[in-house]
Structures are given as structure tokens and as C-alpha cells.
Design a protein around this ligand. Structure first.
Ligand SMILES: [Zn+2]
Length: 246
């Protein structure tokens, strides 16, 4: 949410709307998609990764945007270098005060990851529908359902794999109680409700501790330097926020 700055419009933006929700894709968005895809040097794989990341982040942010709409709050979606944002618009101001209750904010935060889970389930069901077999893969300690299509589906099988992996794995990661992930917002609104005085501070400490633990676990169990860096950085950011605000 609004912890990342909203990038200014450029003439290279891609603009469209989905069911009345405006979507703006900043040109640098394609950079992360290409970086993510470029681990494989096969041009078809790179294109598939770009497609999967674009659709998956779009669905995630639309989940937030439709949840905003459910509570009568206007919003639009931006895809940018750091991923995506659903930005509420109040009285013509972007990201301003919305007047939503904590429970409404929790619902809106959860709607993003769950939109992704729904997409993954739909893809698995479609795979089973065309003769695929349901399997459970375990990544580190996270079980991830998947579907294996019959051999003749070759490329489609890879595409399904990417969709299911991205939506389940990132959905779970996004639900961790670390700022500014969706789970961090859920933790904040939950803790503020149970303790209006110390809730925000407690949620920041939770973010520091869980962020640091995930950084270590990502490195030890998943051998992921990327996760170690990302969560180490997020934990550090929350620690800085604690120093600054309290
Ligand atoms: Zn989200």
C-alpha cells in the first residue's frame, strides 16, 4: 500500500481498464518482468514469464481494487518497478484518507493474495479438466498444489506451472506479517484494534522479528539470497520506522 511512492505518469504508460477499474502500467514494470524471466535464456520462456507476472500482479491488485469498490471506495491500479499498487482515490487525492474501518482494511488487504489463490485454483481445475493430475509439491516447508498435464501439452504445462507457483508462493509470502506486505497491513489493523495505544508499535516489532526470521529461513531452507535480502531489508525498514516514530 502507500509506503511505496506512486510513480508519475509517463508517455510510455500502458493504460486500460478492467470492469471500470483504471489500470496504468509504468514502463519500468516490464523491467522486473524481464529480469525475472531472464533466468532462462530461452526467448519463449522469457515471454511466458512476462505474461505470467503481468497477469498475476494485475489479478492481485484487482482483488484489492474490487474489495475497495465493495466498500464504496474508488481506486485505480498501478503496476510499476516494485510490483503493483491499488491506490484509493478520495476527494480527488490519490492514496488519501479513506475513512474505511480496520476490518474493511483487513478485508481489502486479504483480497489481493486470495484473488491470486483463486486464479491458481482455477488454473489447476482447468488442468484437471483437460486430463492433468493433481500433485502437491513442497518448497522448503510450504506445500504447493500443482497440476501435471499429459506429455503432449508440453509448453502449456510450463505456463500452468508458472501461474500456480507464482500465485500460491507469492500469495503465502504476501500474507506474512511484515510491512509493507499485505500480511503486514492485516497485522497492523488487527493489533491496533486490540490495543489502540501500542498496536502500531507492536505491529512494527512483529514486522522486524518475522522479517529477520524469514530472511534467515529463506537463506537456510530455500538457499534464496533474494529472500534473505528482501526480508532483511523489510525488517530493517520496520526497525527504522520504530526509531523514527517511537
Ligand atoms: Zn497486495
Amino acid at each position: 500500500m502507500p509506503l511505496f511512492q506512486i510513480p508519475q505518469p509517463t508517455r510510455f504508460d500502458l493504460n486500460f481498464s478492467v470492469a471500470g477499474i483504471r489500470v496504468r502500467v509504468h514502463p519500468l514494470f516490464w523491467v522486473i518482468a524481464i529480469l525475472f524471466g531472464s533466468a532462462s535464456l530461452n526467448p519463449l520462456s522469457i515471454l511466458m514469464w512476462i505474461f505470467v507476472i503481468f497477469i498475476s500482479i494485475l489479478i492481485h491488485e484487482l482483488g484489492h481494487a474490487f474489495a475497495f469498490r465493495r466498500f464504496g471506495q474508488d481506486s485505480y491500479v498501478v503496476l510499476h518497478l516494485m510490483g503493483g499498487l491499488a491506490v484509493p482515490v478520495s476527494n480527488g487525492y490519490d492514496g488519501g484518507y479513506t475513512g474505511l474501518t480496520p476490518n474493511q482494511n483487513i478485508f481489502i488487504s486479504l483480497a489481493g493474495p486470495f484473488a491470486g489463490f483463486l486464479l491458481a485454483v482455477v488454473i489447476i481445475l482447468a488442468g484437471v479438466g483437460i486430463g492433468g493430475q493433481l500433485v502437491i509439491n513442497v518448497l522448503g516447508i510450504i506445500p504447493i498444489p500443482n497440476v501435471v498435464l499429459p506429455y503432449e501439452f508440453g509448453t502449456l504445462n510450463r505456463l500452468f506451472d508458472m501461474f500456480v507457483f507464482v500465485n500460491f508462493f507469492w500469495g503465502v509470502i504476501n500474507l506474512l506479517p511484515v510491512f509493507p506486505l499485505d500480511g503486514g497491513n492485516v497485522a497492523r489493523y488487527t493489533l491496533i484494534q486490540t490495543d489502540p495505544i501500542n498496536g502500531l508499535r507492536n505491529s512494527l516489532w512483529l514486522s522486524v522479528i518475522v522479517g529477520a526470521l524469514i530472511a534467515i529461513a529463506g537463506y537456510v531452507f530455500l538457499q534464496s539470497i533474494y529472500m534473505a535480502f528482501l526480508f532483511g531489508y523489510l525488517a530493517f525498514q520496520s526497525y527504522q520506522a520504530l526509531q523514527y516514530r517511537f
